[in-house]
Design a binder for this molecule. Structure first.
Ligand code: NOJ
Ligand code: CA
Length: 586
């Protein structure tokens, strides 16, 4: 039975495993974890240079402990020219000097562990920085050299090789090829970069590449890292021969155009590295049984969970994000569909689910759900994640984002939070153009705002001391991205003192989730029949209802009388659910 069949009001269960009898093994912690994504540059600045750093994170570990998270995922903090804020790695074996050094990293891991918080890192396999010694060497060496074979160097087409080797476009604007000047000063070969020109794609058919990443993963596991979020896995592997792609629709936005290139996405050629990585982690865990190290992969594939499944099937990644929840508009149909698709495809394969509502690439949920177009499928595409400019009602958005969070935290599997989500931070939409730094904004001449608005430094204190406590008093530099006026009202300090704050709700929900849901497996999940506009499900002992409409609705009877949690402070009635509100019943 799959979950697309009609649900009965009694809790509907998925079938127990049938293909093979799975022996009862201890469930690794990461399967049901709450993980907190730290955007290292924007979390906390310890030395007043306006840039977040590892000591800053270390100084705020108690905040994360009080929030109740199991682990933190650090966005890339390797040395990097920051052309794509760390997703352009110049050295996979060190720490960005602006963020600290290996000693500060070790201190962070050890202090976090003492508080029961594990540390995950971000690994970027598809590309490195153009400042990486390998690329520099490739520029210095000749065509056909070993150094060039680690990347995609090709001769150009047309007269004198003046045209790129094919018509592929880069994700962040312009062609996916740049031409180099050969060491003798002549116009040279072209190299492939699916993102910015400062992020040359690595050639995974090359043994040097594979071996470097084996060493890198082991290096960080040995330093106490418990797992990796893996960047952009779906673009590793390209169609052999690198053929031209059919052109994208003429009206496609810059950041949508590359999505239409079938030669650089979800390629079967791109799976060998993940099999290799899985063997590496299996061996590592076998040698360190108390350290079940793991990967969670990033592969956006809206509405196509089957493609996501390919990254899990046959012992590849341990987990892949289910992004459909993040991409859904505020409608019961889309949330229901997102949950159904993920559960049908992934849980049916006995694969643990990973949910998320926010990250450093998407507009914050408070802003997304507060938009005029949030409930109108005709006015929405996945692109609204960064591009919608319809009017925003932050009060409404906050109310809905609270409800969405309670829904997510009750689902089976792991939940990944993005820093500031627990404070109800909104997208900073009015960053002045000259202060914006996202390569998307720069490459599109401001046509697309890009992602700076969700990356603004955290507000820690209510007082406006120039950075709302992000930097220490008397800091030499302002925050690297400007914070919005009045950011202190959303600060951790303000929220901690307010029993009705978003932070208080998250703390309560995470604690209750641990107590009631523990390591509840997907097999204990089932939808509950609800009227249109409402989503209902049961996970283990908890029944969850979310009203996506503006008007109150009756909660179907027979699923619990005790109100465990609601997203609307002060609501205690188990029979009726106000609009845009979530409730947990037991
Ligand atoms: C996905 C990351 O989340 C994003 O921030 C980055 O720009 C691209 N991959 C390229 O690495
Ligand atoms: Ca700093």
């Amino acid at each position: 039975m799959t979950l697309t069949e009609p649900m009965t009001p009694e809790m509907t269960r998925t079938e127990p495993p049938t293909q093979t009898e799975h022996p009862r093994v201890a469930v690794p912690w990461w399967q049901s974890a709450v993980v907190y994504q730290i955007y290292a540059r924007s979390f906390a600045d310890s030395n007043g240079d306006g840039i977040g750093d590892l000591e800053g994170i270390r100084s705020r570990l108690h905040y994360l402990h009080d929030l109740g998270v199991d682990a933190v995922w650090l966005t890339p903090c390797y040395p990097s020219p920051q052309r794509d804020h760390g997703y352009d790695v110049a050295d996979y074996f060190a720490i960005e000097p602006d963020y600290g050094d290996l000693e500060s990293f070790d201190r962070l891991v050890s202090d976090a562990r003492a508080l029961g918080i594990r540390v995950l890192m971000d690994v970027v396999p598809n590309h490195c920085s153009s400042q990486h010694p390998w690329f520099q060497q490739a520029l210095a060496d000749r065509p056909g050299s070993r150094a060039r074979a680690r990347f995609y160097f090709r001769d150009g087409k047309g007269e004198n090789g003046n045209e790129p080797p094919n018509n592929w476009l880069a994700w962040f604007g312009g062609p996916a090829w740049s031409r180099i000047v050969e060491p003798d000063g002549s116009p040279g070969q072209w190299y492939l970069h699916l993102f910015t020109p400062w992020q040359p794609d690595l050639n995974w058919d090359n043994d040097d590449v594979a071996e470097q990443f084996d060493d890198m993963l082991t290096f960080w596991f040995d330093r106490g890292v418990e797992g990796f979020r893996v960047d952009a896995v779906s673009v590793v592997g390209k169609t052999p021969g690198l053929p031209d792609t059919p052109p994208p629709p003429p009206d496609a936005r810059v950041t949508d155009r590359a999505l239409h290139n079938p030669h650089v996405q979800f390629r079967p050629e791109g799976h060998a590295p993940w099999l290799r990585w899985r063997r590496l982690t299996d061996a590592y865990t076998a040698a360190h049984p108390d350290r079940p190290v793991f990967f969670v992969a990033e592969a956006y594939s809206p509405g196509r969970p089957d493609r996501v499944l390919e990254y899990l099937r046959g012992d590849k990644f341990h987990q892949v994000f289910s992004f459909d929840l993040l991409l859904a508009q505020w409608t019961s149909e889309q949330f229901h569909q997102a949950i159904t698709d993920s559960i049908n495809e992934l849980a049916s394969q006995h694969v643990p689910l990973v949910w998320t509502l926010n990250n450093h690439d998407a507009q914050r949920s408070v802003t997304r759900y507060g938009r005029d177009d949030a409930t109108d499928p005709a006015r929405f595409s996945g692109n609204n994640l960064i591009n919608s400019d319809s009017p925003v009602d932050l009060g409404l958005g906050t109310r809905r984002a609270r409800a969405a969070a309670l829904l997510m935290l009750a689902l089976p599997g792991a939940a990944y939070l993005y820093q500031g989500e627990e404070l109800g931070l909104h997208e900073h939409l009015t960053i002045p153009p000259e202060a914006r730094q996202d390569p998307i904004f720069i490459a599109t001449d401001g046509d697309e705002l890009g992602r700076d608005g969700c990356r603004v430094p955290m507000p820690w204190t209510t007082t406006d001391d120039g950075s709302y406590g992000f930097s220490p008093p008397g800091a030499a530099s302002p925050p690297w991205l400007p914070q919005p006026h009045g950011w202190g009202a959303s600060s951790a300090e303000a929220a901690a003192a307010d029993p009705g704050s978003v932070l208080t709700m998250y703390r309560g929900a995470i604690a209750t989730r641990r107590e009631l849901l523990g390591a509840v497996a997907a097999a204990e999940f089932g939808f509950i029949d609800t009227p249109p506009g409402m989503v209902g499900f049961r996970n283990g002992p908890v029944a969850v209802f979310v009203n996506f409409m503006a008007e109150a609705m009756a909660i179907p009877a027979g699923h619990g009388t005790r109100v465990v949690l609601t997203s609307l402070g002060g609501h205690t009635d188990a029979s009726v659910l106000p609009g845009d509100t979530a409730i947990w019943l037991a």
